[in-house]
Design a protein. Sequence first.
Length: 147
Amino acid sequence: MPISEITTKLLAAKKEKGITFEDLEKAVGLDETWVASVIYRQASASIEEATKIVTTLGLPESMAEELTIPPLKGSLEPQIPTDPLIYRFYEIMQVYGMPIKAVVHEKFGDGIMSAIDFSVEVDKIPDPKGDRVQITMCGKFLPYKKW
């Protein structure tokens, strides 16, 4: 995944200050995954949200405006991703994509889950056998129209 220049600067400041995405969530008032998507230039922020991000990171307010520009979304290359964590999502869809699609269609009818009217939450679930990653995706159902 190509990293933009501003993303590199934001991540460097985040690391230097020891700030987590959860800290940024508290500062901005929006979910940590959404804030991360702004930093990785997959979402755009309002000027107020962007200003909170850059000032929390100790960066000049002049950097905020760039975070308000609608980004080019979908930055993964067209081949199968090689990053192990991202690959697992690809693998999950290879194994469970059709079953999930079948269950969604059975419950809702013919349509899709919106990736625009959408939220995702990442939680850490303690487990004696090894901590678990819980990812909750919530998207509006959009039925295909008939004409």
